[in-house]
Design a binder for this molecule. Structure first.
Ligand SMILES: Cc1ncc(COP(=O)(O)O)c(C=O)c1O
Length: 396
């Protein structure tokens, strides 16, 4: 006899099916690119990847991944501090620090891990007077990291401010005036909205209230700012953010991996104390190799960023001309709000039949009643891909 958990698993899955929230994974039959092939659906234009610069299957990135694997083997077979640090870790971390205009950087197997490294570690070492103040629409990894920080340090507090509401953030900071350590945490680009954080105001408020600013720029790096350094560069704040986290699984090669970039002492603290690095294996060679090559391409050639911007503009005006509401802004994400979850899922199913791969997001990923299609554009799209997609939206 068990305690009934197997039955509860079935009930839970059935509940998701009934609510139209059950996710069916789609099998890609070709590498990620501006178009791909889905098992059972055929050729599709891809509008749902975070491969913003089109580097996931770039020959230089693939070759670098293979070369790294050949040179270093499959991995370290250990965590970093025991015997799991290779030369390539140092190299890729130096490149990430450069890209972020930070003193130093350290890597993790995902940005999820990077957030769960830096936020709880800081909330723990800060002692009995610490608060984390977080945007209401921050990524799930930030939300969970703050929860974890409160578990690890029972006297740590947390507050949520209304999404991008600077008056609310200021009020939260004023309320926290007596608390010694204040952390303000925000996404750079909000992944479901496609809008960018008001980093100029947030940065100024942090300075005024003596708060440390952590920005997760997973969707901003490679996309925002004149040279693709991210949302901080967009605001002229490159090199001025206390702590950046980001992913290597989106614009920077599309494989996997994450990082924290900051002052040397904070990075040293991560190496000494952050649990996702102390108790979990290091970034494997192939992913590090891919990311290193992607960073090299980004730093030597801004043409991809320019093409991405022109593609985003083309798609947004095409959608607008077809009666869809879109918003302006420097990110590569355009949500189309449809309301009910079932409606968003039905729309994405219909678009797939029409040869366009775009995902409908509903509750609980986004708040109830704000289900949406999330259109994501890449520098790898050609006009022909975007026109095919726009034709499908027209039919929809
Ligand atoms: C803002 C943000 N942070 C973190 C992550 C997680 O990144 P990773 O896939 O590297 O764990 C994502 C991915 O969706 C994200 O959008």
């Amino acid at each position: 006899m068990t305690n009934g958990i197997w039955r509860r698993i079935d009930d839970d899955l059935d509940g998701m099916r009934r609510a139209g929230q059950y996710k069916r994974l789609k099998n890609l039959m070709r590498p990620m690119g501006p178009e791909s092939e889905i098992e059972g659906a055929g050729n599709v234009v891809v509008l749902c990847s975070n491969d913003y610069l089109g580097l996931a299957n770039h020959p230089e990135v693939v070759t670098a991944a293979i070369d790294a694997q050949k040179r270093w083997g499959a991995g370290t077979g250990s965590v970093r501090f025991i015997c799991g640090t290779f030369d390539y870790h140092r190299e890729v971390e130096e490149k990430i620090a450069d890209l972020s205009a930070s003193e130093a950087a350290t890597t993790y197997v995902s940005c999820w891990n990077a957030n769960e490294a830096v936020i709880p570690t800081l909330m723990t070492i800060a002692g009995d007077s610490v608060i984390a103040v977080s945007d209401a629409l921050n990524h799930a990894s930030i939300i969970d990291a703050v929860r974890l920080g409160r578990q690890m340090n029972k006297s740590a507090q947390s507050r949520i401010y209304k999404h991008s509401d600077m008056d609310d953030l200021e009020n939260r900071l004023k309320e926290a005036a007596a608390i010694k350590t204040k952390l303000v945490i925000t996404d750079g680009v909000f992944s479901m909205e496609g809008d960018i954080a008001k980093l100029d105001r947030i940065h100024a408020l942090c300075a005024e209230h003596d708060a440390l600013l952590i920005v997760d720029d997973s969707h901003g790096v490679g996309v925002c700012g004149p040279t693709g350094r991210g949302v901080a560069e967009h605001y002229g704040l490159h090199g001025k953010i206390d702590c950046l986290t980001g992913t290597l699984g989106k614009a920077l090669g599309g494989a996997a991996g994450g990082y924290v970039a900051s002052r040397k002492n904070l990075i040293d603290l991560m190496v000494q104390k952050s649990r996702p690095q102390i108790f979990s294996n290091a970034l494997p060679p192939a992913t590090a190799g891919a990311a290193r090559a992607a960073i090299d391409i980004l730093t030597r050639d801004s043409s991809r960023i320019e093409k991405l911007r022109s593609n985003v503009g083309y798609m947004r005006s095409g959608l607008k001309a077809r009666g869809f509401e879109t918003m302006e802004g420097p990110s590569a994400i355009t949500p189309i709000i449809l309301g009910e979850t079932a409606k968003a899922i039905a729309a994405s199913r219909r678009l797939l039949e029409l040869g366009v791969f775009v995902i409908g997001f509903g509750y609980p990923v986004v708040p109830e009643g704000t289900a949406r299609l999330r259109v994501q554009i890449s520098a790898a799209h050609e006009k022909e891909h975007l026109d095919r997609a726009l034709d499908a939206f027209q039919k929809l």
